[in-house]
Design a protein around this ligand. Structure first.
Ligand SMILES: Nc1ncnc2c1ncn2[C@@H]1O[C@H](COP(=O)(O)OP(=O)(O)OP(=O)(O)O)[C@@H](O)[C@H]1O
Ligand SMILES: [Mg+2]
Length: 253
């Protein structure tokens, strides 16, 4: 059943436990979460509260035990594993917290991967990848290996790889953590451009209060659940008024 085609992501009562018995960790404890089409949504919350786990569930890279996950109106539960993989390849760009670059491939080859697996020819893929690396300030570096780069430069390559196939849903886990202020602002501009498309959505997990101002809405997670949702107008889903725009230092963990 479809909850709403206007929502990019619709999640209800999702639970996820890692491990069993004494060692079990309940990472998601019945989380409810929505992301709209055409918005840039940020997720904040203390370390270990389940942010990366939630992103992985949305991206279809992690199974969950109970609850409902719909992405662009399709239930992930209702899809076969192959359909989930196909959906992810086409429509999702994921910027991982650990950049996950392939060490034996050059920067251009790393960025090309999503285009090649979606059937784009190598020449076009390489041109597009090089152009995006240029835009992200890595002109002339495309034929180097990732190990030659600083953390911030590697992060920019990971960002290029997530965006190059123009996915409808961009999911970013701490995309500015290794970047200086100016480069962080450049990345946020790029993400904002994507969210201006009415049928595209950007979800960003962050601890970086300098970038809160770029969000349309901000979701606060705590202990495996969403606690509050704030919008730019200062409205809050829970306590009706407190605003994280401009950022509240209390929120930073
Ligand atoms: N693969 C795993 N195996 C076992 N436990 C895990 C695994 N992944 C996450 N966890 C646990 O689940 C909980 C939530 O982890 P998660 O990575 O989602 O937190 P987070 O909010 O992203 O934290 P951070 O801000 O530090 O990145 C934590 O207690 C973590 O230790
Ligand atoms: Mg995390």
């Amino acid at each position: 059943m479809q909850a709403s085609t206007q929502l990019a992501v619709h999640i209800r009562a999702v639970t996820k436990t890692f491990g069993t018995g004494e060692a079990a960790v309940r990472a998601l404890k019945g989380v409810d979460f929505d992301a709209r089409q055409g918005e840039l949504l940020m997720i904040v919350g203390p370390s270990g509260c389940g942010k990366t786990t939630l992103l992985s569930v949305i991206a279809g890279t992690l199974d969950f035990e109970a609850g409902e996950v719909e992405v662009f109106g399709s239930s992930l539960h209702g899809m076969k594993p192959r359909e989930v993989t196909e959906f992810r390849k086409r429509h999702v760009g994921f910027i991982f917290q650990q950049f996950n670059l392939i060490p034996t491939l050059t920067l251009i080859e790393n960025v090309c991967v999503p285009l090649l697996i979606n059937g784009t020819g190598r020449r076009v893929a390489e041109q597009k990848s090089a152009a995006l690396l240029d835009r992200l300030g890595l002109q002339g570096r495309g034929h180097e290996l990732p190990r030659n780069l600083s953390g911030g430069q590697q992060q920019r390559v990971a960002i290029a790889r997530a965006l190059v196939h123009e996915p409808r849903l961009v999911i970013c886990d701490e995309p500015t953590s290794a970047l200086d202020k100016d480069t962080g602002a450049l990345i946020m501009e790029l993400l904002r451009d994507i969210a201006r498309h009415p049928d595209r959505t950007v979800i960003v997990v962050t601890h970086d209060n300098r970038i809160f101002k770029h969000a349309d809405r901000l979701t606060e997670m705590e202990d495996g659940r969403v606690q509050r949702v704030h919008d730019q107008a200062g409205n809050s889903g829970e306590n009706g008024g407190s605003s994280l725009f401009p950022p509240s230092p209390k929120l930073i963990t």
